[in-house]
Write a protein that binds this ligand. Structure first.
Ligand code: ADP
Ligand code: MG
Length: 212
């Protein structure tokens, strides 16, 4: 996959965030402060503008731009966490013009590791990690089994969606939702929901048969 494809991934994520902005905010109103959709839409709109304004030489520069823009424009916990995800993704990918499926998977895992390091959430804490970790695992498993990138990304998308849904019965142990204790049970986590959109965007844009 080349830089144009990765750029397309970010633009599709921004489009999905905008389309689901009210839903993300509604979910955050149940167990947070009703701003996740607003935060993510503001951040990804700014990230797309930053991509419009720049001509990055490689993936590292491109995702540094996206990550820094999210850190500086997105309020809440999600800004620094998504910022870290993309900064680590870019650093792991390197300043290259083309990524293989294996490099993409390695970079996405580096992004996950960054989110875990920064937010200290474990699986089952009802956070972004509950959608991202299963997606990265499914992507790795798919590529190890020698399926096409498209099939591996489709499996990652299914895993992210299942991980998002699995947050509903969880008790929140990190972030604002954790202040609610038992009352956080029965609500879908907003951050896991936006992560599922990120993985959907990858499957849609990077998983087409022409991509390699
Ligand atoms: P805030 O909670 O500061 O208002 P947002 O509403 O934008 O920020 O984002 C909330 C989401 O951030 C949560 O649904 C959760 O998925 C994620 N989140 C919060 N804290 C953490 C953490 N420590 N680790 C991972 N994800 C987290
Ligand atoms: Mg919030």
């Amino acid at each position: 996959m080349d830089l144009a494809a990765l750029d397309g991934w970010m633009r599709e994520f921004a489009r999905l965030v905008a389309e689901n902005r009210d839903e993300l905010t509604r979910l955050d109103s149940a167990i947070g402060d009703a701003d996740h959709g607003i935060n993510m839409d503001r951040g990804m709109t700014a990230a797309v503008s930053a991509l419009d304004a720049a001509t990055p030489a490689g993936a590292a520069g491109m995702f540094k731009k996206v990550g820094m823009t999210l850190v500086s424009t997105t309020g809440g916990a999600s800004g620094p966490l998504y910022g870290t995800l993309f900064l680590r993704f870019g650093t792991a990918a390197g300043e290259v013009g083309e990524l293989t499926a294996a490099t993409f998977a390695t970079a996405l895992r580096a992004g996950l590791d960054g989110v875990v390091q920064r937010g200290k959430a474990e699986l089952g804490d009802k956070t972004m990690v509950d959608a991202l970790a299963p997606a990265v695992d499914a992507l790795d498993a798919g590529l190890a089994a020698d399926t096409s990138l498209g099939a591996a990304l489709a499996a990652a998308q299914a895993a992210a969606d299942a991980g998002r849904d699995a947050t509903i019965p969880m008790l929140a142990r990190k972030g604002r939702a954790s202040y609610l204790g038992e009352r956080s049970i029965g609500h879908q986590d907003p951050g896991a929901t936006s992560v599922a959109l990120l993985v959907t965007a990858a499957a849609t844009v990077l998983g087409t048969p022409g991509q390699r």
